[in-house]
Every structure is written in structure tokens, then in C-alpha cells.
Design a protein around this ligand. Structure first.
Ligand code: AMP
Length: 286
């Protein structure tokens, strides 16, 4: 496995693999890797000849400077894990290597056709612009055959699918396939997240109420005459009743359009909860 820090070196190495007729898979990450990331990398390694993993805490997708500063970083440990699960190249650039000063400071704008106007997009203005800025750059550099994203960040996955399929970009990324991978959870139900590292043992225990409530809501949705609005409210009330948890939003939306829905068919519930100072996200399909 090779660790690469410059765009030029990345392009050269990937090009050499393509010349040999090898297929390329890409897994974009921000590091502080856990089993959730590892599941994406393993799947990528099983479906492609060459696996490229980017480890880059992308400053342009953080609308909160403190969150960016506190984001965990552990490249050495990440590299050891990636080597053990079959990655071939780790791309770990500095922000200066990725962006010019102008690109870093001038907000990048992309029209998401409304997909960014709710949930994470509403709470974190500019967040998805930053995500698309970095992911599209990685796609241009690596020109992968397949790219892997977790369903844990469900809205992000929907937006990346939209970007790749967007008519103004049609063909830009070739036949790139976007592969969504299921959420990996601890045995307790807690969705794995790099942010869990910031939870105390007690907070981690408290946070279990999030997934427990989401799982319970699948049963609530099956009760006679259950409505989407009632289940949404019950989820919010149940989580907020736990000391130390505060729901930022819980919305049940259509799995494809992300628009509010009044039926549980093809629906997904997406939640963001503050556990003390740590912002956690999770979701459940109905
Ligand atoms: P991040 O490093 O948080 O930007 O995540 C990199 C990729 O890993 C994204 O596509 C995430 O959706 C995915 N990911 C993060 N946590 C999980 C998880 N618990 N299960 C599955 N995928 C995950």
C-alpha cells in the first residue's frame, strides 16, 4: 500500500493502473476510521482491482470552525487498518494541496434541485456544497469505476447520486457507479461514527436511546392507523425525554426524493441528536 499526498502523484499512479486495464474503486473518508469505513473498503476491494481511499478532513464542508478543529485525526492508525483490509493507495493531501486559497474561501456552489434544503442541508448551510466540491474533485483525479458511500450519511449519498446523474454533468464521470453501503452499528445498536470518539463512556450509554428509539419506531409505524406525523413526534419526544439528549430534527421522507411523505412506503427517517456537545446522526428505513 502506498500513501500519496499530492494530486499529481495520485493521477500518475491511477493512470498507470488504468493502462494495465485494472478497475478502480474509490472510498472517500475523513479518517478516524472505524468498522463502518472498513466495510466500505472491504466491499470496494472485493469488487475492483485497485482500491483508493482518501483520508482528508475537508475544511470546506464544515460550517463550524470548532467542529473542524475538534475532528479526530489519526493517519498512522488509519493507514495500518487500510493496509490490513486491502487498500492499495491512501490519498492524504493537505488542504493547500487540494484547494487554491480562492477555492478554500470562495463558497463553491452547486444546484441540488432542493435536495439540500432540508435536514442536514438546512442545519449546516454550505455543508453539501463543500461535500460536492471535494467529492467531485476526487472523482476528476481518480476517475473511478465505482465509488462507495455509507447509508449512514443518507442525504449525502442521495446528493452524490444526484450530482453524478445531473444532466449538466452527464458523462463527466464516465460510467461511474455510486454504491451505497448499509450502516454498521455496534452490537448495542449505536451507529459507528468518528464522532463517537468524543463521547464519554456515560454519554455513549446515553446515546443508545437514539438507535433504540429508531428501531422501536419501525414497530410504531405498523400500529393500526399510525401516521407519519405521529411517529415523527413520538420519536422526538422519546429521545428528548432522555437526560443529555436533544433532537435537532427528525424527518420521515421519501428514500429517493427526500421530500416529506405521508406514507411509510419507501420512507426513511433521518435524525440528528446532540449528545452533550457531540452531534450524532442516524437513520432508519420503514
Ligand atoms: P466520514 O469519514 O465520516 O466522512 O465517512 C466516510 C464514509 O464512510 C461515508 O460514506 C460515510 O457514510 C461512511 N460511514 C461512516 N460511518 C458509517 C457507518 N457506521 N456505517 C457505514 N458507513 C459509514
Amino acid at each position: 500500500m502506498q500513501i500519496i499526498t499530492t494530486k499529481a502523484e495520485l493521477e500518475q499512479n491511477v493512470q498507470a493502473c488504468k493502462m494495465k486495464g485494472q478497475t478502480i474503486g474509490l472510498v472517500p473518508t475523513m479518517g478516524a476510521l472505524h468498522e463502518g469505513h472498513a466495510s466500505l473498503v472491504r466491499r470496494c476491494a472485493s469488487e475492483n482491482d485497485v482500491t483508493v481511499v482518501s483520508v482528508f478532513v475537508n475544511p470546506t464542508q464544515f460550517n463550524n470552525k470548532e467542529d473542524l478543529a475538534k475532528y479526530p485525526r489519526s493517519l498512522e492508525r488509519d493507514a495500518a487498518l487500510l493496509e490490513s483490509i486491502g487498500a492499495h493507495f491512501v490519498f492524504a493531501p493537505t488542504p493547500e494541496e487540494m484547494y487554491t486559497a480562492e477555492e478554500m474561501n470562495e463558497p463553491f456552489r452547486f444546484d441540488f434541485n432542493g435536495l439540500d434544503s432540508m435536514m442536514e442541508g438546512a442545519m449546516r448551510p454550505g455543508h453539501f456544497n463543500g461535500v460536492v466540491q471535494v467529492v467531485s474533485r476526487l472523482f476528476y483525479l481518480v476517475k473511478p469505476d465505482r465509488a462507495y458511500f455509507g447509508e449512514k450519511d443518507y442525504q449525502q449519498l442521495a446528493i452524490i447520486r444526484f450530482m453524478v446523474g445531473c444532466s449538466s454533468l452527464a458523462g463527466t464521470f464516465g460510467d461511474l457507479q455510486i454504491i451505497g453501503c448499509p450502516i454498521v452499528r455496534e452490537a448495542s445498536g449505536l451507529a459507528l461514527s468518528s464522532r463517537n470518539e468524543r463521547l464519554s463512556a456515560e454519554e455513549k450509554q446515553t446515546a443508545l436511546a437514539i438507535s433504540k428509539t429508531l428501531f422501536a419506531s419501525q414497530k410504531w409505524a405498523k400500529e393500526p392507523n399510525a401516521t407519519v406525523k405521529e411517529v415523527e413526534q413520538r420519536v422526538v419526544d422519546t429521545i428528548n425525554a432522555v437526560d443529555g439528549l436533544e433532537v435537532e430534527y427528525y424527518q420521515i421522507v421519501d428514500q429517493t426524493t427526500l421530500l416529506p411523505t405521508d406514507t411509510f412506503r419507501h420512507a426513511i427517517g433521518c435524525v440528528t441528536v446532540y449528545c452533550g456537545p457531540v452531534r450524532l446522526i442516524d437513520n432508519i428505513k420503514y
